[in-house]
Structures are given as C-alpha cells and as structure tokens.
Write a protein that binds this ligand. Structure first.
Ligand SMILES: [Zn+2]
Length: 319
C-alpha cells in the first residue's frame, strides 16, 4: 500500500482496510532496481525508467549538466529515474578521463595539489554531490598523488560523502584501501592477492559492473574479475549492482546479463536481488516498485519480463 511517494504497508492483502485505488497485478511484486554506476548523459532516461530502474547514481559527468538534471529528476513526474550524481571525476592533470572520447569536457576535474583536492570536494558537496568519484586509472594516464588522494578522502568524509574509485592498473586498489576510499566503482580486473581481498572485504564495497568486461563473451578480464569478486564475496565483502550504463552496448533498464554474472561470482539469486533493489519493501520506503511475470528467485530471466513499473507512487508502465 502506498501513500504518495511512500510505501505505507507491505504484507497480506486481507489486512488492508480501504484504498482509493486498487491495482491487481498477476506477477512477482518487488522493489524497483537501483543502478549504482551509470553515465545517464550517454543513455535515455525514459528507457531506463521504463526498464524497471527507478534510481541511478551517475559516476562522472560535467557538473553544469548533471546537477541540473539530478535536481529535475526529484520531480515524481520526471521522465526518467531519480538521479543522484557524483559530478566530475577527480583526476590528475591529463589523467583519465580527460583524454577519452566518451567524456565531454568537464567530466574530469584536474587536481593541482592537496589543497586543491580538498577545495574540489567541498565545491562538489555544495553542488549536491551524492558521492565523490576519484580516478586511479594508471593504465590511462597520471593519477592523483597519495597526498591528494588522502586529502580527497578526508574532505569527503568531513562532508559525509563516500569516495568511490575507478581503480585500474597494478597497485591501484592497494592505494585506494590505504587512503580510506569507501567503494570501488568497478570489480577490479587485475588479479588481487588474497590479502588485499580480505582487507577490501572489511573496508569497502564493490559496484559489480561485470558485463562491461565481456559484453556476453568470454574474456581474460571477466575471468579475473569474477575470480576477484568470488573471493571478495566469500570473505564477506558487500557487493552492489551497477552496470556502467553508457559504456558500450549496456541496455537501458534492468540488465539481466549483469545479474547472471553476479550469480557466476557466487551470489545466490536472493542476494543478487538484494544488491539490485533501491530499498527493501518496508513502511516509509520509496514507492518504487516493479512486477515481473515470473519469480526471479526460481529463474533470474524473470527480470526480463516486466509487467509494471511504479516510481514515487506513479505508474510508469503496466497497471
Ligand atoms: Zn563509469
């Protein structure tokens, strides 16, 4: 049962007294999906929402565009998911993604020194950043120094923001852990030692983004990433669903292949669903719901057969 944008009751239908409007759905009702790594500017927000994803976290886009869009997405009538955004990725001068074709100017914010790093975080916090993204992509150029990385983490934590890192290249996950980074924006596809995996499992969470390493094929990168994620999962590490939408041919909406790769990494279907949802279906949860034709706990392919999408109490499709 929902009142406006919030769930007020979830349970036996017989216990509901009276409702202004009833919706009968033949299917599996569950909370809608949140994609915690997207670049929404490279996709179509309306298709994302119609595909069952009612909330996204954008992890790198120019500040002047993404925060305006994030503000607009607060409206329940917005034709797209709720957007939370990191703004630009903090990086070294000339570092990733400043030289990359997918990233418009302003997608990377070049850090001059440790003071500038702190100032950049404070500025993003003022603009409404939901997290701070830092580029530790040593394969694609220079990365912030250890002092700059520490300043980024300190300033972010002082503003109650998490730091999420694109860690790529030998030794970069170790640097992230040492500096106090809270999350890896991708499952690493460089092999991590058991020692690093165990430290990571107690300190950080990982956003899956597995399918961008294979797009349905078998590649050395996906094998290494699955091996890292399996050991991280066994060590008790927390994994959340994210697709890196906007990168290559990831489709808008719920991405079944990402969910299946999470099962390959050792998660039970129930754990995959928990990693995908925006919030559990409890009173005061956002009224963001989906209904599937089948039961995804029996067969994850049910995620590809949507019957209903509701965002903030508004029926988007179905019903
Ligand atoms: Zn990304």
């Amino acid at each position: 049962m929902c009142d406006g944008a919030l769930v007020t009751y979830a349970g036996e239908a017989t216990l509901i007294e009276a409702a202004d409007r009833e919706l009968h759905v033949d299917g599996f009702l569950m909370p809608a999906v949140a994609d915690r790594h997207v670049h929404i500017g490279l996709s179509d927000p309306a298709s994302v929402l119609a595909g069952g994803v009612t909330a996204v976290r954008d992890l790198a886009w120019p500040a002047d565009r993404i925060f305006t869009l994030a503000d607009a997405s607060e409206m329940p009538s917005f034709e797209g998911p709720l957007i939370r955004a990191a703004g630009p990725m903090l990086t070294a001068p000339g570092g990733y993604p400043t030289q990359d074709g997918w990233a418009p100017p302003g997608t990377g914010r070049e850090i001059k020194d440790a003071d500038d790093a702190g100032a950049a975080v404070e500025e993003l916090a003022r603009l409404g950043a939901a997290a701070i993204k830092v580029s530790l992509n040593a394969d694609a150029g220079p990365t912030p120094s250890d002092a700059e990385l520490a300043a980024i983490c300190d300033a972010a934590h002082a503003a109650d923001l998490w730091v999420t890192a694109h860690a790529q290249g030998r030794g970069q996950v170790e640097r992230a852990l040492g500096a106090g980074v809270d999350e890896l924006a991708h499952t690493p596809w460089t092999r991590l030692t058991d020692e690093v995996i165990h430290t990571a499992a107690t300190r950080i969470r990982i956003v899956s983004t597995l399918d961008i390493l294979s797009f349905g094929r078998d590649t050395p990168e996906i094998r290494t990433a699955l091996d890292n994620l399996r050991r991280f999962q066994v060590a008790g590490g927390r994994i959340v669903y994210g697709t890196d939408l906007g990168n290559g041919s990831i489709p808008p909406g719920i991405h079944l292949r990402e969910a299946r790769l999470m099962v390959e990494a050792g998660l039970e279907p129930e754990e995959v669903l928990e990693a995908m949802i925006r919030a559990p279906l409890d009173p005061d949860a956002p009224a963001d719901l989906i209904a599937l034709a089948g039961n995804p706990l029996e067969d994850l392919r049910a995620l590809d057969d949507l019957r209903l999408v509701i965002r903030a109490g508004r029926i988007v499709t179905g019903g």
